[in-house]
Design a protein around this ligand. Structure first.
Ligand code: UDP
Length: 253
């Protein structure tokens, strides 16, 4: 493989310099982390599934006019993306109470919310990504009021799309996290969906059984994570390419 310049390495992905200015290559690792990296493991095949699933969701969003950083998938673990200036906030949308919101507010997991709730968390590992109010975001300059309005609108469009796509295959989108980046087009700037959308960053519950098909399987030791993600991919018709189920060895000339 040609030597490439590593731009950034995070917990689950690596970013490399892209082939053209304004692009990056995003590589999906098999590493899984939870609780601010206190729990860690390497889960064979997770990166391949997340690369494929993120491609599926992001290209679907692009197709309906919700802008994302996704350009194209390169191979099993890599995709070409637009380089963005990441806004230092995690944007969470919730349809059903779960996780940190249930704990913080004492609302039972599984309680349907009267409307989607959008929350912002500051991306800061040292602080454990604290929940922040819009007032904090404006006062400390993490984003402008215009950015916030655009981020809420983007997040709700992603929620509508993702909820519909998942419901069509019998899965409830409980909540998810996205990251948003700024791109410059001449003098104008625009916010687009960045990072990844995958079962690592969503809560996905089977509509019938309530079975969890997301990273909670890892966080809460509920079973095999790759089996859960494979089930999501299978229902969406998005299985890793190059997987053949030949019944006997085939001679290749
Ligand atoms: N989430 C994420 N990365 C984070 C924190 C949360 O992808 O660093 C996702 C998580 O998978 C869930 C949603 O955001 O789908 C809401 O997470 P929550 O605030 O309940 O935190 P948790 O209890 O999952 O840490």
């Amino acid at each position: 493989m040609a030597r490439r310049k590593k731009i950034y390495e995070g917990k689950a992905k690596i970013l490399y310099e892209g082939p053209e200015p304004g692009t990056l290559v995003q590589y999906f690792k098999d590493d899984a982390t939870a609780f601010n990296a206190e729990k860690k493991d390497v889960i064979d095949g997770k990166g391949v599934l997340n690369n494929r699933l993120s491609e599926f969701f992001m290209s679907g969003l692009n197709a309906i006019g919700v802008p994302t950083h996704f350009i194209r998938r390169i191979n099993m673990r890599e995709q070409l993306i637009r380089s963005v200036e990441i806004i230092p906030l995690e944007v969470v949308v919730r349809n059903v109470a779960a996780g940190s919101m249930s704990k913080r507010l004492g609302i039972a997991e599984g309680t349907a919310l009267p409307r989607p709730i959008v929350e912002f968390y500051l991306k800061d590992d040292d602080l454990g990504d604290p929940l922040v109010a819009e007032e904090h975001i404006i006062a400390f300059g993490w984003a402008s009021q215009q950015d916030l309005d655009d981020m809420v609108a983007l997040a709700l469009r992603v929620n509508d799309f993702m909820s519909g796509v998942m419901m069509a295959v019998g899965i409830k989108l409980v909540d998810f996290k996205i990251e948003i980046g700024r791109i410059w087009e001449g003098d104008f700037q625009r916010l687009i969906v960045a990072d990844e959308i995958s079962p690592d960053s969503c809560r996905l519950w089977d509509v019938e059984s309530g079975q969890k098909l997301d990273k909670d399987v890892f966080r809460r030791d509920l079973g095999n994570l790759v089996d859960a993600y494979t089930e999501v991919a299978r229902r969406l018709g998005v299985l890793p390419t190059n997987v053949t189920h030949a019944s006997k060895p085939t001679l290749i000339n």
